[in-house]
Design a protein. Structure first.
Length: 233
């Protein structure tokens, strides 16, 4: 599997993997955060390959791999083979399935807002009243980076869509050249004030970069970008 590395800040890089849906270049993204002790947390793991494994080792010591919501967990169980010391963290909805199916796996943990080993450096926030999605967001205080997954899309204008993929994009709520939210996400995230609160909080903390899983990363004028996301909620 090929991937493209994206630099976000001194301690955050992303890996963007191709994912095509009926000609629509949907893509998906992992975020790698380096903590002060050089340990790494990987959010939304993409499929592991030799090149990705080597790059992760170069960046630091992978300790935590995180499925941040119900949709971004597909390759997580492959990571312990490459990184035997890793601990896997699952969003609440996934955790109930994992705990039932594989209770013997010591490296499986439930993701939570408090009690995580990265608490001193990264704020973990649960998106309230959104069980269909079950998403957690992450804010790295040192580099002022907000990591979200499926809360919004941020696709570029030059998507080069066919008639079919343009229709699919429209159905999915993708607006090329603009930040957007799908109808599914609007339905899934019922508590608008809580959701706005996550983005407002990042702005108050001086957010410099905003990451989402599908579309572009924002590394300039992040506070203005946050305002656009909030306006959509
Ligand atoms: Fe997604």
């Amino acid at each position: 599997m090929s991937f493209v590395e994206e630099t976000v800040s001194e301690n955050v890089i992303c890996f963007k993997a191709e994912l095509e849906l009926l000609g629509l270049p949907f893509g998906t993204r992992s975020t790698l955060i380096r903590l002060a002790d050089q340990s790494l947390m990987l959010i939304s793991p993409i499929k592991i390959c030799d090149a990705l494994e080597a790059r992760i080792r170069e960046f630091g010591q992978l300790k935590y791999v995180i499925a941040p919501n119900k949709f971004h967990h597909l390759y997580i169980s492959r990571y312990p083979k490459a990184f035997p010391d890793v601990t896997l963290y699952y969003a609440s909805g996934l955790w109930s399935k994992v705990a039932t199916r594989a209770p013997q796996y010591k490296y499986h943990h439930k993701l939570a807002e408090k009690g995580m080993p990265w608490d001193k450096e990264v704020t973990t926030t649960y998106v309230q009243d959104a069980p269909m999605l079950d998403e957690f967001t992450f804010f790295l205080e040192r580099d002022k980076v907000l990591v979200t997954t499926d809360l919004f899309f941020n696709f570029p204008a030059n998507l080069n869509l066919t008639l079919t993929s343009r229709l699919l994009a429209k159905l999915m709520g993708i607006v090329p050249g603009a930040v957007s939210r799908s109808m599914l996400m609007k339905i899934a995230t019922k508590n608008k004030e809580a959701l706005k609160g996550i983005f407002l909080d990042s702005k108050e903390k001086g957010v410099k970069s905003v990451i989402c899983a599908h579309g572009n990363i924002t590394t300039e004028n992040a506070d203005e970008f946050i305002d656009r996301v909030i306006a959509l909620i």
